[in-house]
Design a protein around this ligand. Sequence first.
Ligand SMILES: C[S@@+](CC[C@H](N)C(=O)[O-])C[C@H]1O[C@@H](n2cnc3c(N)ncnc32)[C@H](O)[C@@H]1O
Length: 356
Amino acid sequence: MKDYHSHIDPAKLDAFVGQAVQDISAAYAGVMVSLGDKLGLYTAMAGAGPLSSREVASRSGCAERYVREWLGSQVAGGYVVYHDISDTYELPPEQAFVLADPDSPVFMPTAWNIPASMWADEPKALEAFRTGKGIAWGDHDDRLVCGVAAFYRNAYRPSLVPLWLPSLDGVVAKLEAGAKIADVGCGHGHSTLLMAEAFPRSRFWGFDNHQPSLDEARDHADGAGVRNASFHVARADDYPGEGYDLICFFDALHDMGDPVAAATRAARRLAPGGSVMLVEPFANDRVGQNVSPVARMYYSASATVCCAHAISDGGHMVLGAQAGEARLREVFRKAGFTQFRRAFETPFNLVLEARI
Ligand SMILES: C[S@@+](CC[C@H](N)C(=O)[O-])C[C@H]1O[C@@H](n2cnc3c(N)ncnc32)[C@H](O)[C@@H]1O
């Protein structure tokens, strides 16, 4: 190793050590957030005003000494406000919206399942990096699938029906009148069910090659009493049916081992005038433009989950979760689509529309 010590700038070193410590601190805090969620500590505090540690403990049915230490961690991180004079703790309304309301579009605690699963699967990632072999979606720690489904369900709920579908050309009118829709790589089916509930005259088919996810999707459909959606095991390049007015990919195309084959299947299965809605993680086209906390999360999950699955799924084209619009456009051009545009974007997602 070359001697780089003489090149170290002390101010830059201080700043970077500070950043690294902040990151480690956040990782510790994630465990506390997960405990706070699962033990009902946040819900015990939401809207309750200032509470003593004893009150938080008795409202959540937990042991006070543990709760007091947990509260200290929350205060240290700015999640909970501490009132010195009364020795009480308060969860501000903004924090409650993010931490205590599972239906909030910015509910975060379940997202910690994703890094938890990545840590649990570190031995598999080490092996994959060293050998170049893949890791299938279903071979990860169970928390991965649940964490991803919960994270995206909350993102889709306020956006998919009110904002994303209307941003597509003429799609809402078709869905209202009664259309055929395929949701390819549907996972737990949250996207399928949101659309099926909003458009009862339309018929929805969810396809995925991971059976346990489809079992979950069917349970969700039964629980919600949705009758116009069904879920089937199928590969993205080999699902049944034709004449679909809309074919959707939600956070799934970049996971597939052959995205061009999946897009080609869509091209051949669309009804005349039909379209593809492609929802992908937000990304710019170049690595140097993807420098943000969101990009960091996506690249990290991509390294051990998305790329790993695509490699296990044949690895013909491993897009990764930060593919960006230009590379996605190229996939659809190769599949025979002539129109491709960005219809909507959020800090987390790109919504793209493709037509033949
Ligand atoms: C990140 S998950 C997204 C699930 C869901 N669409 C969502 O938004 O929550 C990617 C999904 O794509 C599925 N998938 C990956 N490769 C596939 C393939 N070749 N054919 C069908 N499904 C595939 C996985 O099983 C997984 O359920």
